[in-house]
Design a protein around this ligand. Sequence first.
Ligand code: FES
Length: 81
Amino acid sequence: MIEIRLCMGSSCFSRGNEVILTKLEEYIEENEFQKRIKLKGEHCMGNCSEGPVLCIGETIFKGITWNNLLQEINQRMKNDI
Ligand code: FES
């Protein structure tokens, strides 16, 4: 199980987490990963100017794009088996 915590603060939301949230939900649904990926929303993480910010487990990612996030998740899902 991997946990992804998305910053839902207004800055990160407009910098990309709104789109990332939608794409993540689709990705989880399409791959039936509901039991393997846990999504959580967080308040501002204090790095607004470097958004969008999210955490996978204990690792924080700043300024992440959907493509980079997807690569990271796919890698972690392989290692999680
Ligand atoms: S709004 Fe995301 S770090 Fe502040």
